[in-house]
Design a binder for this molecule. Structure first.
Ligand code: ZN
Length: 447
């Protein structure tokens, strides 16, 4: 979407939304559950050999499970801003952790709020703090819980999934006790984000027996998934005790995946390989959405228009994401032949520099997926790859011609992203203290 459309969206939304009537029938509640850094290939429901995710597998099996979903940028704040706004990072402005989104953007959570929903977000990642991300304006209640120290860190820099479940349930109880309004509640758990801890209580479940293998990062990562999965199970059973499952839409997803040494790389954010680009995605609504697997390409920015569609609010025309409501409820066709576009930037701003420069110099890669062919151009060293994802899902073989250049379509996407990065008039300046920088460094976000 061109920048002028983004700005139009802000204005149109501001004019039309206040005072809009509520949907005629009683709308369902919405529960968003996201797990940071969870890659699909380490989940049972996506074919993993270890039993890391039994509760999530059960949730995904009970509704629509998306087998070909991707994030737009494999980094926390940019990806989650895109989830809320359906915009690409160069459009909403948060291309790197520590760079805030443009103010007054449209989001589906705001749209729900205008239709009478109470909206609450309970998040466990430092980079989502409002003063770094600018996301609080999209919710009535926005809490980034930072009540525990991580490893040997000096500052309290995170919350566990247990803490977030407790906090969100107390908000939910207060809401249900005081109001009959529908709610949207979002819980974002930081496990299994690096540095991976060992969750010894889950080793038996994931089939790890030998003491000598305990230090393997992948096994620690898997044990963290099992821990988070267990807390998702607790959250779901507690929510379903309070609200009949026929009255709540549950959306589960991750913001991005993780590279566990593949391509010589540990982490996420700096490359567009499938290990960090693909995300699990499921939408469950008991009695309304039939269990099924969706094969067509989906994006994290589809969550907004689809939630709006499911609760009976027509998504505005300017929303970029695809509304899957017709596919899920009426058996309509999905977006066949869909092309998806992606970008990677340096992880976090590490200094109080001039913001246009921070944005422009952060771009690392642009990518394009069409018909299972994925083209990636690495801007910083002018490298180019083409992968056949059907024959080579692990992206081990570059099938591009020797000395190949980006296709005209990818070149156009690169120019679009660059143009967006250059527009910074309405962007809030970065607002990081030394404490923020320390916390972001501990999460591996600063080079
Ligand atoms: Zn993340």
């Amino acid at each position: 979407m061109a920048l002028w459309k983004v700005l139009c969206a802000v204005v149109v939304f501001a004019i039309l939304s206040p005072g809009s009537p509520r949907a005629a029938s009683s709308p369902p509640h919405v529960l968003l559950i996201s797990i940071d850094t969870l890659r699909t290939m380490n989940m049972g429901s996506y074919g993993y050999r270890r039993d890391t995710s039994p509760h999530l597998d059960e949730l995904l099996a009970a509704g629509a499970k998306f087998d070909d979903a991707r994030t737009v940028e494999p980094l926390t704040a940019p990806a989650l801003a895109s989830m809320l706004t359906s915009l690409h990072p160069h459009e909403h402005g948060s291309t790197r952790n520590g760079l805030r989104v443009r103010p007054n953007l449209f989001s589906f959570t705001k749209a729900l709020g205008r239709r009478g929903y109470a909206t609450g977000a309970f998040l466990g990642n430092w980079t989502l703090k409002d003063k770094l991300s600018g996301l609080a304006e999209h919710f009535d209640t926005y809490e980034v819980l930072l009540n525990r120290k991580r490893w040997f860190g000096l500052a309290k820099s995170e919350a566990t999934a247990d803490d977030l479940v407790d906090l969100s349930l107390s908000w939910l109880d207060a809401h249900l006790g005081a109001s009959d309004k529908p709610f949207l509640m979002w819980v974002h758990m930081i496990e299994p984000h690096a540095p991976y801890r060992l969750r010894g209580a889950y080793l038996k479940q994931i089939g790890v027996k030998r003491a000598g293998s305990l230090l393997s990062p992948t096994r620690r990562y898997d044990s963290e998934i099992a821990f988070a999965d267990d807390r998702v199970g607790r959250l779901l059973s507690e929510v379903y005790e309070r609200v009949p499952r026929e009255q709540i839409v549950v959306v589960f997803f991750s913001d991005h995946g993780e590279s566990l040494g593949e391509h010589g790389y540990w982490g996420h954010g700096r490359h567009l390989y499938e290990f960090s680009l693909r995300i699990p995605l499921g939408i469950t609504w008991s009695g309304t959405i039939e269990p099924r697997v969706v094969d067509e390409p989906a994006l994290i920015g589809d969550i907004g228009p689809t939630v709006l569609g499911l609760v009976g609010i027509e998504p505005p025309d300017f929303i970029e994401g695809f509304d899957w409501t017709g596919v899920l409820l009426r058996g309509e066709d999905g977006p066949a032949g869909r092309v998806t576009l992606h970008q990677a930037h340096r992880s976090s701003v590490g200094a109080q520099e001039e913001q246009t420069r921070l944005r422009a110099r952060g771009l690392l890669e642009v990518g394009r997926v069409a018909d299972a062919r994925k083209e990636v151009h690495r801007v910083v060293n002018d490298r180019h790859w083409l992968f056949d994802l059907e024959a080579d899902p692990a992206e081990k073989r570059d099938v591009s011609a020797q000395n190949a250049r980006p296709s005209a379509e990818l070149q156009e996407w690169l120019e679009t992203v660059r143009s967006g990065l250059a527009v910074a008039d309405d962007l809030p300046p970065p607002n990081l203290t030394d404490e923020d920088l320390d916390a972001l460094r501990a999460l591996g976000y600063i080079d």
